[in-house]
Design a protein around this ligand. Structure first.
Ligand code: ATP
Ligand code: MG
Length: 227
């Protein structure tokens, strides 16, 4: 556990052939909670995508959950992603099936087959996020905050070492945002590393943690003002 869970050295993040962020040096240790902030278009999502291999690491060195991002092969990507839970701003639940079946879909897609084991796992993660009662609800029958809780449960299914959350509170009202943050902090306190991109400075003030900013084409740590 002494190795960092994430290490980037002199990385450039590209979208097509455009360098979005350059000279990124970053180390994240197991169990840390880290914010990535920066104005719209500054590269937060591009950085996250590089970590979950939606964008190739073409320049620099990157190690994440025991994978060498620069040497990653297509066939490694599903295994890398099983070590990462990803939470998006827009929840991304499948609208045509209930909460239980949304989670079942992910388990089946990631190699699970034993029905009883899958049901136990689904129950466990829904319980962790306080959504066990909603297993048979369709996504449209629950609120945005509840959908995001289910999305967090989905991210926990394969017991990942780290959660990447890209503006997980971006579609939620302030009170619901705080509830989702409390959930993420609890998950962090139980040992998972969390990297969260956000615009929401009020939330950072409420839940202070190490903060890095994307600005002027690079990434640097900012010291938080305590107001
Ligand atoms: N799929 C894409 N193809 C080409 N360029 C892209 C793509 N996605 C984003 N970009 C460009 O990359 C830059 C960084 O975008 P990115 O989405 O990483 O920013 P962001 O900080 O996440 O912004 P936001 O706060 O709006 O989510 C922008 O200039 C954007 O136009
Ligand atoms: Mg973004």
């Amino acid at each position: 556990m002494s190795q960092p869970i994430l290490s980037l050295k002199n990385v450039t993040v590209y979208q097509d052939n455009n360098a979005i962020l350059t000279n990124i040096d970053l180390e994240v240790n197991h169990g840390e909670f880290l914010y990535i902030i920066g104005k719209t278009g500054s590269g937060k999502s591009s950085l996250m995508k590089t970590l979950y291999a939606d964008l190739k690491l073409k320049e620099g060195e990157g190690h994440f959950v025991e994978y060498d991002l620069a040497k990653l092969r297509e066939r490694d990507i599903p295994y890398l992603r099983r070590k990462i839970g990803i939470v998006f701003q827009d929840f991304k639940l499948l609208p045509d099936r209930n909460v239980h079946d949304n989670l079942l879909f992910v388990l089946k897609a990631t190699g699970w087959s034993e029905k009883r084991e899958m049901d136990v796992k689904i129950n466990e993660v829904l319980d962790k996020v306080g959504m066990k009662h909603a297993a048979t609800k369709m996504p449209h029958q629950i609120s945005g905050g509840e959908q995001q809780r289910v999305a967090v449960a989905r991210a926990l299914l394969n017991d990942p070492e780290v959660i990447l959350a890209d503006e997980p509170t971006g579609n939620l009202d302030p009170q619901t945002s705080v509830e989702v943050m409390n959930l993420l902090r609890e998950i962090n306190q139980n040992g998972k590393t969390i990297v969260m991109a956000t615009h929401d400075y009020a939330l950072i003030m409420k839940f202070p943690a190490k903060t890095l900013k994307c600005d002027a084409g690079t990434l640097f740590e900012v010291v938080q003002r305590t107001v």
